[in-house]
Write a protein that binds this ligand. Structure first.
Ligand code: LLP
Length: 420
């Protein structure tokens, strides 16, 4: 469900025709629908009503301050994986007691920052990390709340780059070794065990892996309770998939109801870390067709957004619908939609059946709200694009387009290179 629709032959975001936004900000730009974001978060959050729960929006999916703030206003917490994301969460106004910190490689300074901010808990991914957190906490006189991220060895049947819950993945502590890690944690004086955590992967389109993960976690929690440990929080991570092309993931309400059934009365506050399912279909990338060309074998549509702006197609071979902003009927062609970067991997779509696009017209790359802007780079010295939020018939530039000055900020030419 989203509020990007054709009205009178023009693609709109909520109440505004997209071409009118382009007239103000130029191309390319990311465009988010406020009412879609609110709806997605609210539906997800309400689906867990009836049990104590906390939805920690996974900032990595889209870490714009305005979006973080929006979810905080709706009662959300934040899942962060770096000092930078923690900074954004705090700057966005998050209650530190609703922040969880995951990631296999937390540095000492990041641990210290999170301890001083007094976050809800660290999701710890190795025994050495337990020791590191204990050491930093001791040094600054804090007690660190921790949960252990367990690797349950479950195949989430998703792209290998975004599967995280298998033994072969770097994430978490093997479920068989987890009890040992918990015992170690209880022995370390500056740690307080508060929870258990797992995250199976991303763009998961079946409910079963989540259920399997939950069952394994519950059984471990029972063992830990028998050893006298108090596990207050059970964090099931994120990962619920969305429809990009023709996938049929469980609806959040369906996903929640199976989880609820399994966890009701278990005595833990459930934490969830959704990213994609909240923002994925609430955002698009708008770009302009620059040129078209063809040879005996292929047609190319060259647009002004590329792999630096949206890397998902080239990196994961992922699919994003491409729509002309002007709906006008025309013949269909099969073409590669490519960007301006100097790499053959720079494409937004390959061998795609699309309406014949003309130079100068605008296209919308759909379902780009998650891992779109947040994975964008300056490759080929391309300024990062603007981000716009639309609410009803109002638009807000929530991130200015970068300029050439931004590209060289912080770079210096040493004196010896400029001396004659
Ligand atoms: N929690 C943890 C610990 C995670 O690692 C992730 C995603 C999430 C939550 C949120 O998962 P989601 O609900 O968004 O599936 N760049 C890739 C996706 C990478 C996901 C990494 N971790 C993509 O564009 O498909």
């Amino acid at each position: 469900m989203h509020f990007f629709e054709y009205k009178n032959g023009q693609l709109h975001c909520e109440g505004i025709p997209i071409y009118q936004i382009e007239e103000k900000v130029g191309t390319p730009f990311y465009l988010y629908s406020y009412n879609t974001l609110v709806r997605h978060f609210t539906v997800f959050n309400n689906a867990f009503e009836g049990i104590p729960h906390l939805v920690c929006y996974s900032a990595k999916a889209n870490s714009n301050l305005a979006l973080i703030r929006l979810f905080i206003n709706l009662g959300g917490g934040v899942d962060v994986v770096s000092g930078g994301e923690l900074y954004r969460a705090i700057k966005g106004g998050a209650d530190p007691k609703k922040i969880v910190f995951s990631g296999v490689g937390k540095r000492g300074d990041e641990i210290e920052y999170a301890l001083k901010a007094e976050i809800l808990m660290f999701n710890v991914e190795s025994s050495q990390e337990l020791q590191a957190i204990n050491e930093v906490a001791g040094r600054i006189g804090k007690k660190a709340p921790i949960s252990i991220r367990v690797n349950p060895d479950i195949d989430a049947k998703t792209h290998p780059y975004i599967s995280t819950g298998l033994k072969q993945n770097k994430f978490g502590i093997d479920i068989l070794r987890a009890p040992l890690a918990y015992r170690m944690a209880t022995q370390l004086p500056n740690l307080k065990v508060v929870g258990i955590d797992c995250h199976l992967g991303s763009q998961i389109i079946e409910a079963e892996p989540f259920m399997e993960g939950l069952r394994k976690l519950k059984s471990l929690v029972e063992d830990l309770r028998n050893e006298g440990m108090e596990i207050q929080y059970l964090d099931l991570g994120g990962g619920l998939g969305i429809t990009y092309e023709d996938e049929e993931p469980p609806h959040p309400v369906e996903y929640a109801s199976t989880i609820l059934e399994e966890i009701k009365g278990f005595g833990c506050t459930l934490i969830l870390e959704p990213g994609r399912v909240i923002v994925g279909n609430a955002g698009i990338l708008v770009s302009r067709v620059l040129y078209t060309k063809e040879n005996e074998e292929k047609r190319f549509v060259i647009v002004d957004a590329g792999m630096n702006d949206l890397v998902r197609p080239s990196y994961y071979g992922s699919y994003h619908h491409i729509l002309p902003v002007n709906e006008e009927k025309r013949e269909e062609i099969v073409a590669d939609v490519v960007g301006p970067l100097c790499e053959s991997s720079d494409f937004l779509a390959k061998g795609r059946r699309i309406p014949r696009l003309e130079p100068g017209e605008l296209i919308a790359v759909m379902s780009a709200g998650a891992y779109g802007f947040s994975m964008s780079t300056n490759y080929n010295s391309r300024p990062r694009v603007a981000e716009v939020l639309v609410r009803d018939d109002q638009m807000f530039v929530i991130r200015e387009r970068e300029d050439y000055e931004d590209l060289v900020r912080g770079e210096n030419i040493p004196d010896f290179l400029t001396r004659p």
